[in-house]
Design a protein around this ligand. Sequence first.
Ligand SMILES: Nc1ncnc2c1ncn2[C@@H]1O[C@H](COP(=O)(O)OP(=O)(O)OP(=O)(O)O)[C@@H](O)[C@H]1O
Length: 627
Amino acid sequence: MRLVRPEDWRARGIDDLEPAAWNALRHGGSACVVAGPGAGKTEFLAQRAVYLLETAICRAPHRVLAISFKTDAASNLAKRVRQRCPPELAERFVSLTFDSFTKSLVDRFLNAIATDWRPTRPYDIAFPKTWQVEEFLTLSRLKAPQHWQADIAAFSATDFESRVVGSYRLPMVLQQPQNAAEFAIARWWATQLRPGHPSSLTFVSINRLAELLLRANPHIRRALVATYPFVFVDEFQDTTYAQYDFLLSAFFGGQTIITGVGDDKQRIMVFAGARRDAFQRLQADFGAERFPLLFNFRSSPDLVAIQHVVARALDPDAAPTVAQAARQVDGDVAQVWCSQTKAAEAAYLAQWLANDMSTRGRSPRDYALLVKQKSDDYERELAGAFATRGLRIRNESHALGKTSLQDLLCDDVCRLAIAMFRLGSTRRAPAAWQLASSSVLTLRATTCDDETTAAKVEADLTVFLTTLRTDMAATAPSRNSAADFAKRIFEYLDLAAIGRTYTEYGVGDHLAIILEAFCLHFFASADGAADWTACLDAFEGVNQIPMMTVHKSKGLEYDTIVFVGLDDRAWWAHVPGDPEGVAAFFVALSRAKQRAIFAFCQQRGGRNNVAELYELLTDAGVPEIAI
Ligand SMILES: Nc1ncnc2c1ncn2[C@@H]1O[C@H](COP(=O)(O)OP(=O)(O)OP(=O)(O)O)[C@@H](O)[C@H]1O
């Protein structure tokens, strides 16, 4: 492998980076890369990883660790690095979510966790609802000594865990609570560790256990620091108290160079415990230098101008960004559509989308329907009208067991299983063959250098697929036949080998969660499908218009976004003046490359609470149109 001198290194797969991005990319210390939507923050991280690997600034066996918040962001970043540098270098780029990283530490070193805090193996993952936390806090208050009761009553169920539990460092051994917070926290832990039962841990608890693990076991921390001299954190503005504290415990005071990228104006996770001062802390604790980026590669100049009006509402000092993309549509690039009834809104929307697709030659996946929450409800309300225009909605936020459709689809095992099914339903699927054959070689612990064994593994795969193809051709899709074929494919792939080969499935219950979600979605896709290709298309959402919550749309981009439900009912939690609501609005608006439409329907709710969002659109010159 030929190394590149740092001064000779050029951007890979893109023409260039903006000057400030070059400075940040070459910077030798920790950095805060702060930039608005579409600035290419994810692309910047991919380029920096390739730079570090190709110049051997990150020399083997050292690795670059990238931490993202969402599974699809982590896999998207890994994919970009794989596309931009040779495989032997890309394999030293580790891209994980915060939760999977801390969980893998806990699962791997569970026995090194102090006995007072050690969970059972295996443990369940808990997702307590707000009412359950409320109930817990009420009970804790009643059980607390009287002088602590008022303090406990002041805790809020929405952020008790993220702020109070999340910012608390576990002592090495269990101690008597000294104040109200410690009393509530101790009870919270008792409900999670559950002596005598399988523990049931939230990801905040898993984070706290990982932090304790590193603090209590300096040799594990040293090994971690030695493995990863470079750490990237994407969406840094959303770093929670627990996550920042974990970073501090793991990497403070050492040689680790941290690169945090993000945008304070897109901070929409405060409800989940995001710190408002994450960038400032990175500057103070790790001496990170600040690099603001000013380009926007995503949105057309007119949309960038509208975004700037909203950006200024969030940060009066926000610098104007420089649009790099060209405008491709005539007429308004943004509009507010006002309707009286949900039925009228759905009918108009479906007709407009079908028409726009055919006149502009666009596909359903160029569009996205964004909602504030409860995507299942909107899907139900719109699906009928869409069907009459031959359109199908793909609800990416839909929950599947303990994961979501969006997370399932970017999972490695899911992608492999679908590739096998594609090869079972058709002869010509080169991308599927590429993925299946390389994965099966890896699962059988064979390298391409060992030509004899590799040929045998491929021949065996061909035989398996030939029989599968014959049997699938002779069997109509149904829930039962889907279950039979899924069983056959997973047995062939060998779940034990999957656990051994892919680190993310080796420990814990991640594989079980994915398998459950896969089966739920695959059986539903097979139900009523005309043939296996239709079943697989339904599974993958081919030719369907994606719908998702704003939170799930983070980091994604579409030609046209339609925000459905800009009203008080959908935004019930929004308090006028609260920057988090405006930030969510900003995230939605900035997903659009060419066009953003906001749908307001009187039947859904009023627009008092959200008046400020409409005012911003009016200030930006966005017209309102009755439909
Ligand atoms: N240097 C570049 N040259 C050309 N295109 C780029 C460059 N950097 C990024 N892009 C493209 O611009 C778009 C936005 O990039 P990316 O998704 O990385 O932005 P982001 O800063 O993460 O945005 P957001 O914060 O809104 O999620 C993508 O389509 C990406 O491929």
